[in-house]
Ligand binder design. Structure first.
Ligand code: AMP
Ligand code: MG
Length: 344
C-alpha cells in the first residue's frame, strides 16, 4: 500500500487534504494525524471493520482498548452511559486537553473492538488545531491510539509515523512536531477517588487542585491485584532496538558509566540534558536543559527513536524526579528500560 503524507502545517491549500482524509475515513480506512500529545492513528469509532485495521497496522494486541477522540464536549453524551459530577468537572476544566476519562460506555454505539469487551471507554477531546479540524469536518468520533508499531516509542513527528507504518496505512496528515510529546493522562473516574491509570500531560497535582484527591498508584501498588489498571500497560512499550539503562542525572556518574560501558566494548548512546554534551559517548541526544521537564517530555521519544538510526549497542538515559509531568516521563522511561538501571 502506498502511504501518502500531506502537510497541513500552514493554511495553504490544506482544505483539500482534510477533505481527502475525511473521505478515506468514511471509506473505512485509517488516517494518522497530529494531536497535542503524539500522532494518533484514527478510524471511525463506530465502524468495527475500520477499527480492526488500526490493530492490524500497529500489530496491537486486541485486548488493549482504544481511546475515542471527539471534536466537541457535547458529543460525550452520545457515547457515555452516565457522566459523574467529577467527570463533568474534568471535562469543563481540562478539555480540550491531554486528559482521557474512563467512563461507563453506552452499549451498542461504538465498535466492539474499541473497548475490547470492557464496560467502560476512554474518551478525550484533543487540543490541537489539526485534530480538531479533522474531527469537526468528519462529524464522527475517531478511535485513535498512538501511530507507532506496537511496542515502539510513540511518534512525535510525521516522519516517525512514516518510518513505522509506511506501506501499512494510506494517509498521514503532517502537522509538524507535537507539543507535549507524551501520551494523555488516563483517569478512571468510575472509581471514588479517581485513579490515574497512566500518568501524562495533565498531572496529579493539576487534577488534585481542581477535583480533590486522586490515586496515582506507586510501582508496588501497580502490581497488586486490587489496583485498577489500563489493560495496555502490561505490554512492552516505548522500546528502541538497543537495551536502555537508566541513570541518575549526575555529570560525574554519567561520565564514569559511559567510560565503563565503552571499556566493556559497548557503543554508547547517551540521552541527557544539554550540559552533558561534552561527555564522550559514541552518540549523544539532548533532552533539553537540566530541570526542564517540559523539554524532556517533548524530546524524549524523538531521542529514543534517533538511537535506532545509530550503531549504539546500549542506551544510557538520565532520569528526573516524579513531580509534576516527571511522573509521566519516568513511567515511559521505566518501561523503555524494562525497569533496568545502570549499576557500576
Ligand atoms: P494508546 O492508545 O496507545 O495511547 O494507549 C491507551 C491506553 O489507555 C492503554 O494503556 C489502554 O489500555 C488504556 N485504556 C483505553 N481504554 C481504557 C478503558 N476503557 N479502561 C482502562 N484503560 C483504558
Ligand atoms: Mg500507544
Amino acid at each position: 500500500m502506498e502511504t501518502v503524507c500531506k502537510n497541513v502545517d500552514s493554511n495553504v491549500n490544506s482544505q483539500t487534504n482534510y477533505t481527502q482524509a475525511v473521505d478515506i475515513l468514511n471509506a473505512g480506512e485509517v488516517v494518522a494525524f497530529p494531536t497535542e500529545t503524539v500522532y494518533g492513528l484514527g478510524a471511525v469509532a463506530t465502524n468495527d471493520t475500520a477499527v480492526k485495521k488500526i490493530f492490524e497496522a500497529k500489530g496491537r494486541p486486541s485486548d488493549n482498548p482504544l481511546i475515542v477522540h471527539i471534536g466537541t464536549k457535547e458529543e460525550v453524551e452520545l457515547y457515555i452511559e452516565h457522566i459523574s459530577e467529577v467527570a463533568k468537572k474534568c471535562i469543563d476544566l481540562f478539555w480540550p486537553g491531554p486528559l482521557t476519562l474512563v467512563m461507563p460506555v453506552k452499549p451498542n454505539v461504538l465498535a466492539n473492538s474499541v473497548t475490547a469487551g470492557l464496560a467502560t471507554v476512554g474518551i478525550r477531546m484533543p487540543d490541537h488545531p489539526v485534530a480538531l479540524a479533522l474531527l469537526r469536518q468528519l462529524k464522527k468520533p475517531l478511535a485513535a491510539p498512538s501511530a507507532n508499531r506496537s511496542g515502539k516509542p510513540s511518534p512525535t513527528e510525521a516522519i516517525h509515523v512514516q518510518d513505522d507504518l509506511g506501506g501499512y496505512i494510506p494517509y498521514i496528515l503532517d502537522g509538524g512536531s507535537t507539543g507535549i510529546g507524551l501520551e494523555s493522562t488516563v483517569l478512571d473516574v468510575t472509581h471514588e477517588p479517581p485513579v490515574i491509570l497512566r500518568p501524562g500531560g495533565i498531572t496529579r497535582e493539576m487534577l488534585e487542585a481542581k477535583i480533590g484527591p486522586v490515586i496515582q498508584p506507586t510501582k508496588i501498588e501497580q502490581k497488586l491485584e486490587a489496583t485498577p489498571k489500563a489493560p495496555g500497560m502490561k505490554y512492552t512499550h516505548y522500546a528502541p532496538n538497543a537495551p536502555v539503562l537508566l541513570i541518575e542525572c549526575d555529570l560525574e556518574k554519567v561520565h564514569e558509566a559511559v567510560h565503563q560501558l565503552q571499556k566493556q566494548g559497548h557503543k554508547v548512546a547517551l540521552l541527557a540534558p544539554a550540559s552533558f554534551e561534552d561527555i564522550e559517548a559514541d552518540f549523544y541526544f539532548s533532552i533539553g536543559e537540566v530541570g526542564s521537564k517540559e523539554e524532556m517530555g517533548a524530546t524524549l521519544y524523538h531521542a529514543l527513536r534517533a538511537c535506532d538510526k545509530t550503531a549504539a549497542t546500549i542506551i544510557l538515559a538520565t532520569t528526573t524526579s516524579t513531580e509534576g509531568v516527571g511522573a509521566a516521563i519516568m513511567n515511559r522511561l521505566e518501561k523503555a528500560a524494562g525497569g533496568k538501571w545502570y549499576t557500576p
